[in-house]
Design a protein around this ligand. Structure first.
Ligand code: G6P
Length: 607
């Protein structure tokens, strides 16, 4: 959600940091800031708004110093103003941060009781104070940073600088990306290789849980326990704004792994994590006054809309009509004047979705677009753009755009619930809190890759696969089947678990693996009964559930993938990841072209 740059250099670094921040501006532009150590003191310049404002500030008041950290912000905690802009200081410590410190409220209370004064509304400031407190207690800078990192929960990337050591920056990664760039007698940290491209193309990507001690002539990487770890140094292909695969084999893999970050980036646009509220939106309609919402989209975007229907109807008691765009545009559906229409599209260019939008435009209803490409046609032709902030998605099979679409839809449903008076302030707070936990859980799920890869190896031996789920896991079952067929070419179907006995059960035998998506929710027992029906016919079950579900499933499974216990509203967001990973690894085993599967295209501008 933000861009980070740090340089331990040979000459004045502030102009170089600003140059690198320009390449990261796509990550956020609410405010920006740079801090250096100038004549032995921490000094900073910060400015609200785009980077150009910071540049103006620096032109008027240049900043000297050969070591520095910089930041371009997408606000999560606290409004976008200069006070909340990074870097944040506490005594001899300066910090820039990307992500969300989930336990910031508790840490803030603790630090306030300890006499630390907070000058911003950000979650970041707790990091500066924590490190500063460790220094005061006698730790050296590296030990102080390590001790502080151990206290943090959430998904974050950090760069920390210390007055008194002009040859040290500590970087840390737990979720959002951070790369070390190697120079000649100078070192860099950046949110991506693109930012560092003008300085070096020799890059080491930190992995989750890593933290790095970066000096002019050395760098050391450690795990959270403080054990030294080795990470490969590689040549980045990044030049200018080219998007590359980082240290991943495929764009799809990279995009799956970006999800903790882009989900939080997207959510932060729609909910206020600090206040526990959904943000007011400037919509061309009033959720309280409409009596229907029409959703229309294609492919994966359509399936996100299907999940959205459950949320809007349950949380906001707002009836939703959802259609595949290619059907919607021709079925001559009567559209009530008292409704609104939302179109969901990664590319914003899909021909059928655009045609549906134009149909609604003629019918005179207000139109919103949930799109990933803001300059797209669908965005331009809508009354309001509700962006997903997934960043460029290159893999043809949509992954991060899907979970970002879900993030927008869930946030909108909460907003609609507030507007329609169907949820209390307390329920809104609980739901927003649950949404804020999605990036962390997504990150935990990514760590199940070894087990999921093992299941995928098995799956790659079959020709047909059935996916089952109930409630929001029914559309997710369809998305699982779509992902698998798109990239591995294995035939797959997604069904509502309760519908099994009305047809698909005829297919069940030992050659038909059945993937059941079933967190332990209020209808879990019903899904268990459907699994019994599969097991009784020799079907092989792969169960994706949580701890309680695994304990109570009482059915023999081929494999059980146990996910964290998550609040109900974020289930589809978190459970999307194993579904994507399963398809990804299966395709890798099958040797297909993962990023560009046969016959498909990323943006479908024909009917
Ligand atoms: C293509 C892509 C899918 C995508 C669908 C809709 O089929 O391969 O991944 O879900 O188009 O695209 P859109 O850009 O409108 O989301």
């Amino acid at each position: 959600m933000c861009g980070i740059v740090a340089i331990v250099g040979q000459t004045a670094v502030a102009p170089l940091i600003v140059d690198a921040l320009k390449r990261l501006e796509y990550r956020g532009y609410d405010s920006a800031g740079v801090a250096t150590i100038e004549r032995g003191k921490l000094a900073r310049r910060r400015a609200e708004g785009k980077l150009v404002n910071l540049e103006k500030r620096l032109n008027a008041e240049p900043l000297d110093g050969n070591i520095g950290i910089g930041h371009t912000r997408w606000a999560t905690h606290g409004v976008p103003n200069e006070t909340n802009a990074h870097p944040h200081f506490s005594n001899d410590v300066a910090v820039v941060h990307n992500g969300i410190i989930e336990n910031f409220a508790e840490l803030r209370t603790e630090l306030t009781a300890d006499g630390y004064e907070f000058t911003s509304q950000t979650d970041t400031e707790v990091v500066a104070h924590l490190v500063s407190r460790e220094l005061k207690r006698g730790a050296d800078p590296v030990a102080a940073a390590h001790a502080a990192l151990k206290r943090l929960e959430g998904a974050f990337a950090l760069a920390i600088m210390f007055r008194g050591d002009e040859n040290l920056i500590v970087g840390a990664r737990n979720g959002p990306p951070l790369a070390v760039g190697h120079g000649e007698g100078e070192m860099f940290l950046g949110s991506d290789a693109i930012a560092l491209a003008p300085f070096t193309n020799s890059i080491t990507y930190l992995e989750d849980g890593d933290w790095a001690v970066v000096r002019r002539d050395s760098f050391n990487i450690f795990d959270i326990e403080g054990n030294s770890v080795e990470r490969k140094r590689q040549q980045s292909l990044s030049t200018s704004f080219m998007v590359d695969k980082g240290n991943r084999r495929h764009f799809m893999e990279k995009e799956i792994h970006e999800q903790p970050e882009v989900i939080s980036h997207t959510l932060a646009n729609y909910v206020d994590f600090t206040a526990g509220t959904s943000k007011p939106l400037d919509l061309p309609f009033d959720f309280a006054k409409i009596d229907r919402l029409a959703l229309s989209a294609c492919g994966t975007a359509y399936l996100s809309g299907l999940i959205g229907k459950y949320w809007f109807e349950r949380i906001a008691r707002l009836p939703v009509d959802i259609d595949i765009a290619s059907e919607f545009r021709y079925r001559e559906m009567p559209i009530s004047k008292n409704s609104a229409a939302l179109f969901i599209s990664q590319s914003g260019e899909t021909a059928d979705t655009l045609a549906s939008l134009r149909y609604c435009r003629k019918a005179g209803v207000p139109i919103g677009a949930i799109v990933n490409v803001r300059e797209s046609t669908i965005a331009r032709e809508s009354d309001v753009v509700l962006p997903t902030l997934a960043g460029p998605e290159i893999g043809v099979a949509s992954t991060k755009a899907f979970t970002c679409q879900l993030s927008v839809l869930a946030s909108l449903a909460v907003r609609a619930g507030v507007a329609r008076g169907t949820i209390s302030t307390e329920t809104e707070r609980v739901l927003v809190r649950a949404l804020s936990e999605a990036p962390r859980y997504a990150n935990q799920v990514l760590k199940l890759d070894e087990q999921i890869e093992k299941v995928a190896r098995e799956l790659s031996h079959y020709r047909h696969v059935l996916y089952l789920g109930r409630d929001t896991n029914f559309p997710l079952a369809m998305e699982g089947a779509l992902k698998l067929k798109e990239i591995s070419y294995i035939h797959a179907e997604g069904y509502a678990a309760g519908e099994l006995k009305h047809g698909p059960i005829a297919l069940i035998d030992e050659n038909m693996p059945v993937i059941v998506i079933a967190p332990h929710d209020r209808i879990f027992e019903k899904t268990v009964s459907n699994m019994q029906e599969v097991a009784a016919r020799g079907g092989k079950i792969i169960l994706i559930t949580d701890r309680k579900g695994a304990e109570q499933a009482s059915v023999n499974t081929m494999e059980t993938i146990v996910l964290p216990d998550v609040p109900e509203i974020i289930t589809p967001i978190v459970y999307a990841l194993p579904i994507q990973m399963l398809a990804y690894f299966t395709a890798v085993f099958m040797g297909t072209d993962v990023d560009q599967p046969r016959n498909l295209a990323k943006s479908v501008t024909v009917e």
